[in-house]
Design a protein around this ligand. Structure first.
Ligand code: PBG
Length: 327
């Protein structure tokens, strides 16, 4: 019998036209953010061995790459810096002619309406590789807050449209908000890396940003991957301190956390598809074991479906170009 009792969801999957009509999640180029690693020098373009297709770029070439990302239609870029010299305090993070400050000025000059996000953290600038000055082997939280405030102000002064603190210090959003407001940057939003895990997926980034801790690890400030409820507390604290957006990081292994944060808070949620997530796709694709494009699209779609409206990914320019048809 042709059983009228069988429900047939397959009817809406029969053709691409039907599937497209009922699709719940669509990626848009404007939601993608391309990270760049800016280094000293001129004409420098050094590939990161664990991140094929990602480079350390000197300011001149970072500008070119940013223009390419802009043409492709990305929503923005986020800048990380490799300074000329490092010290115990990470003071290279807030000097007026710091590497990220120079890059921000150059990119804003070349593309005034390209949204520029500054990663605000000290690990690339400290000689010991931790996210703030040390006191007896631990990061001195409150001393770090002061430096982060200065760093955010100098980045905003250099043209940063968004400040993105990633150091997981207690009180960092409030300290940065206060410093920005006090310096005439009340209009500059803070996208907080609110729920950031102590993750092995950051391995390739630390090669790219030369920011591996020389002793110990980051478990004293980044979160335990086992904890989801604690992530909601972290997010709550940042909301109270004035965060404008909340980020969850890494992305794919933490879809449950993205979902929980987006359901609990009425702020836009960003997710960072991190270096290790990128490296795994690249490595498997290089062996012909997976279809790179389809895995990338599926990964980013899953991150958006979980509740992220903004996705930071090393694939941003490539995917945006595919979505807009511009490269
Ligand atoms: C800086 C920072 C890190 C990442 C973004 N900002 C590294 C870390 O915390 O060790 C990781 C990004 C990635 O892996 O792609 N604190």
């Amino acid at each position: 019998m042709t059983d009228r009792l069988i429900e047939r969801p397959r009817r809406l999957r029969r053709t691409e036209a039907l599937r497209a009509m009922v699709r719940e999640t669509r990626l848009a180029p404007e939601q993608l953010v391309q990270p760049f690693f800016v280094c000293p020098g001129e004409g420098v373009r050094r590939e990161i061995s664990s991140m094929p297709g990602v480079f350390n770029l000197s300011v001149d070439l970072a500008v070119e790459a940013a223009l390419g990302a802009h043409r492709a239609g990305v929503g923005g870029v986020i800048l990380f810096g490799l300074p000329e010299t490092k010290d115990a305090q990470g003071s290279g993070a807030f000097v007026d002619d710091g590497i990220v400050q120079r890059a921000l000025r150059a990119v804003k000059r070349a593309a005034p309406d390209l949204l520029c996000i500054a990663d605000t953290c000290l690990c690339e600038y400290t000689d010991h590789g931790h996210c703030g000055p040390l006191d007896g082997g631990h990061v001195d939280n409150d001393a770090t807050l002061e430096i982060l405030g200065r760093t955010a102000v100098s980045q905003a002064a250099a043209g940063a449209d968004v400040i993105a603190p990633s150091g997981m210090m207690d009180g960092m959003v409030g300290a940065i908000r206060g410093a920005l407001d006090g310096a005439g940057f009340a209009h500059v939003p803070v996208m907080s890396y609110a729920v950031k895990y102590a993750s092995a997926f950051y391995g390739p980034f630390r090669e790219a940003a030369d920011s591996t801790p020389q002793v110990g690890d980051r478990k004293g400030y980044q979160m335990d991957p086992a904890n989801a409820r604690e992530g909601l507390r972290e997010a709550e604290l940042d909301v109270r301190q004035g965060a404008d957006m909340l980020m969850v990081k890494p992305a794919l292994p933490y879809l449950d956390v993205i979902r929980a944060v987006s359901e609990r808070f009425d702020l836009p949620v960003a997710a960072y598809h991190v270096s290790g997530e990128y490296a795994m796709i690249k490595a498997a694709a290089a062996r012909g074991w997976i279809d790179e494009r389809r895995v990338v699209d599926e990964s980013l779609t899953a991150i958006a479906r979980a509740g992220a409206s903004t996705i930071l990914t090393y694939y941003a320019t490539e995917v945006a170009a595919r979505l807009t048809g511009n490269s």
